[in-house]
Design a protein around this ligand. Structure first.
Ligand SMILES: Cc1cc2nc3c(=O)[nH]c(=O)nc-3n(C[C@H](O)[C@H](O)[C@H](O)COP(=O)(O)OP(=O)(O)OC[C@H]3O[C@@H](n4cnc5c(N)ncnc54)[C@H](O)[C@@H]3O)c2cc1C
Length: 390
């Protein structure tokens, strides 16, 4: 076993969505001496950034506190497209559907009002005529956001990686699995890898998804993160599911659950997944493949049968993971001097990655946390140990 010791000013543990976004932003900010470690070889399918596509919505149903960050991210994705020449964002719109009294649907409208975002609110029967791929309940509400759409997730991660590998002052080390953190007296930490390599820095970003919790617990830092197995699948679909007439969507059905999905992009098929529920799995434990649980297919099929008349046979499915917090808001905090963690993205973080990357890079570089992250602290009530939990 090697015991090589590496030192840098900035160390990023986890070179996935948030880690590479932050590394890219540090490079652009002119930071020197940046080391990124990843347990795999990003983009890959061992974390939360695979499956081709992610939705981006600005009229945010999870709370208007996210809208500023979403606006910043929308501009950031456009800039990344311009700079790389790659097609990364498809502005095909997103339609949010459900009964009008569902809190998510009400919050989408409230966020749009508060921030002056363009949003078209349709009754269910009008939405059925406008979007023939949908047969939603006529008494539901459909809130259509045109400045919204689809991000190509693996292309983006690959674009960041390519830029980082061309840059000076930054090293991405793949297949480097961090198994322990040792805090330094003056701030920062040493990351110990499974093969014995050690990486030390004064400013550390821990963005290691499922392994944030097991890396922090031995330091006496308890983060309420739950790893959840999530599935999604692609299906045959007719012409009603092309992106020019079928936007991305969220659907909240009080009986069937919360779902999201995508038009048939480049012939890949109609794609859908369930946002709520899922199976809790401990960090490091392999996820059962799609079809490993009876509900994997059944829960998607019940929504297709009820609402999607032109969607046909299953093509293939996949599994991924959410790292959930108790309130499903992000967890981004300086948990020890010089050690910032960014996790708990609860299945809705990717759309913000470029904006969060800028903000995290600034925090690492200057030592000052941006006000936009104030709602994501570990000290908030929802993240405190509940009586009887510990
Ligand atoms: C099915 C599904 C659908 C989603 N849909 C959307 C959506 O529509 N819109 C949206 O905005 N978001 C969505 N999300 C959420 C979004 O993809 C995640 O919030 C985001 O990718 C999380 O970024 P991350 O950097 O925390 O994780 P990742 O991108 O997984 O990065 C973590 C990295 O850490 C590395 N790592 C882990 N452990 C270690 C270790 N011990 N040592 C070194 N490296 C380590 C991993 O290899 C990985 O590369 C979805 C997620 C899933 C699973």
């Amino acid at each position: 076993m090697t015991q090589t010791q590496h030192a840098s000013r900035h160390l990023i543990i986890g070179g996935g969505s948030m880690g590479l976004a932050a590394a890219d932003a540090l490079v652009r900010a002119g930071a020197e001496s940046i080391q990124v470690l990843d347990a795999h070889c990003p983009p890959h399918s061992h974390g939360a950034h695979h499956g081709e596509t992610r939705l981006i919505r600005l009229a945010y149903g999870e709370g208007s506190g996210y809208v500023g960050l979403a606006e910043q991210a929308w501009a950031g994705w456009q800039q990344l497209e311009q700079e790389t020449g790659a097609s990364l964002l498809l502005p095909c719109g997103v339609i949010n559907m459900g009964p009008s009294d569902v809190p998510f649907i009400q919050q989408v409208q409230a966020s749009a009002r508060e921030y002056g975002l363009p949003l078209t609110v349709l009754a269910g029967d009008t939405a059925r005529r406008r979007f023939p791929g949908w047969q939603i309940n006529t008494d539901w509400t459909a809130a259509v956001e045109h400045r919204a759409g689809v991000l190509w997730v693996e292309r983006i991660v690959a674009a960041w990686r390519a830029r980082i590998e061309r840059a000076r002052h930054v090293t991405l080390t793949t297949n480097a699995s961090v198994i322990a953190l040792e805090p330094l007296q003056g701030g920062g930490a040493t990351a110990v890898c499974a093969d014995g390599r050690r990486f030390t820095a004064e400013r550390v970003l821990l963005a290691a998804g499922q392994h944030i919790e097991p890396l922090l617990t031995p330091l006496g830092i308890h983060v309420p993160l739950t790893r959840v197995r999530k599935t999604f699948a692609w299906f045959d679909a007719d012409a009603r599911y092309q992106p020019d007439c079928f936007p991305g969507f969220s659907l909240t059905d009080p009986e069937r659950g919360i779902y999201y999905g995508f038009p048939d992009l480049n012939g890949a098929g109609f794609k859908m997944g369930r946002h709520d529920q899922g199976q809790t799995v401990q960090p490091g434990v392999p996820l059962a493949p799609f079809g490993g649980h009876d509900e994997d297919m059944a829960e998607l099929q019940q929504v297709i049968d009820r609402y999607l008349p032109g969607v046909g046979a299953l093509r293939h499915g996949a599994v991924c993971q959410y790292i959930r917090t108790p309130d499903e808001h992000f967890l981004i905090d300086e948990v020890m001097p010089g050690l910032v963690m960014a996790g708990g993205f609860s299945g809705h973080g990717f759309k913000f990655a470029c904006a969060l990357g800028d903000t995290l890079a600034d925090w690492l570089h200057t030592g000052t946390r941006a006000g936009s992250l104030a709602g994501f602290t570990l000290s908030r009530a929802a993240c405190q140990p509940r009586a009887g939990r510990e």
